[in-house]
Design a protein around this ligand. Structure first.
Ligand code: CLF
Ligand code: SF4
Length: 321
């Protein structure tokens, strides 16, 4: 894209306008958009560089995805082909996300895939979800490939608390355990979020609510997100597996109370479906899990809707025959 295009200048009204449209068409960022617009997740990122205590690694990353589910990993080329096919059949999909099965920033295939998608579908919103460990050093690449909505999982901003949640990190080839690792991760997450917001990316933060570990800390996180300019926060319930298998997950009331307590500081997302890393369709209708018959039905409805809309436009003289 040319440098002097106002759409690339984050201080221009065109940039602002483009972002507002992206938010309005993003099923996760705008509650109303979830019924109209869909997303496709491309499962191209199998590796992860940290070990969360609630994660069982043969499954998708539970910081963003559905627990207990294993998505089939695609190559960047396969991901492009899948996108082509899905978008032809379901044009209401406006967002292409990479959310695992591991951490997208720990896999070079994430960037290769976004490059391919951006070249062929420049109008789509590119979205990514990460644990944030590599965010500061990968931000340039994230911007280069055109990601405009980014989710960072922040389960604590106090390294002492974070050390109870993450067993270890692998950073620049070295393993850091406990507080040593959590200090690095929290620092990188907060610096990375600030830099991403400053660069014009719309940031969402996922926080896994873990009773007895970070539940009393949640408002402190929300305050920090406010300070950093985060757009929306998604408080997700712990799914008790791995080292945290014996921790009782929060009740629906406890989660609601946490959302209410955080709301004065940062907008709350309440419609998350904890999608699979290979989900596609509307948030409420994951077509990767549907029968062929059901998918065909939605495809037919979509095509009929497009035809109907075309006919109306033609009759009103707004589209040439
Ligand atoms: Fe995917 Fe996440 Fe982007 Fe949405 S999901 S990478 S922001 S396009 Fe959405 Fe799914 Fe919840 Fe994620 S409902 S798990 S919040
Ligand atoms: Fe698992 Fe995701 Fe944590 Fe990595 S970031 S250990 S994939 S939950």
């Amino acid at each position: 894209m040319p440098e002097d295009n106002p759409i690339n200048d984050i201080n221009s009204p065109e940039f602002e306008e483009g972002l507002l449209r992206k938010i309005a068409e993003h099923p996760c960022y705008d509650r109303k958009a979830q019924h109209k617009y869909g997303r496709i997740h491309l499962a191209v990122a199998p590796s992860c560089n940290i070990q969360c205590n609630f994660c069982v690694r043969e499954f998708d990353c539970v910081n963003e995805s559905r627990p207990g589910v294993t998505s089939k990993v695609l190559t960047p080329q396969e991901a492009l082909e899948k996108t082509r096919q899905v978008l032809t059949d379901y044009p209401f999909i406006k967002v292409v996300g990479i959310a695992g099965p591991g951490d997208p920033l720990a896999n070079k295939e994430t960037f290769e895939t976004f490059e391919l998608i951006k070249n062929e579908f420049p109008e789509l919103t590119l979205c990514m979800s990460t644990n944030g460990l590599l965010l500061p050093e990968k931000l340039e690449d994230i911007l280069r490939v055109g990601v405009s909505t980014l989710t960072v999982t922040i389960n604590a901003i106090d390294p002492e608390i974070q050390a109870k949640i993450v067993d270890h990190i692998v950073y620049h080839g070295k393993v850091y355990r406990g507080i040593e690792g959590s200090r690095i991760q929290v620092k990188n997450q907060l610096e990375g979020v600030k830099a991403a917001v400053d660069a014009g990316i719309v940031v969402k933060v996922n926080t896994v609510l873990i009773p007895g570990i970070n539940d009393k800390h949640i408002v402190e996180i929300a305050r920090k997100l406010n300070e950093l300019g985060v757009y929306i926060m998604n408080i997700m319930p712990l799914i008790n597996q791995g080292v945290f298998a014996s921790i009782e997950p929060p009740t629906a009331e406890e989660r609601k109370a946490a959302q209410q307590a955080c709301e004065p500081y940062v907008l709350q997302m309440r419609h998350c479906r904890q999608c699979r890393a290979d989900a596609y369709g509307l948030l409420s209708q994951d077509m990767s899990q549907m029968s062929e018959e059901r998918r065909k039905l939605i495809k037919m409805q979509t095509k009929e809707d497009v035809e109907r809309a075309r006919k109306v436009l033609k009759e009103n003289g707004k589209e040439k025959a």
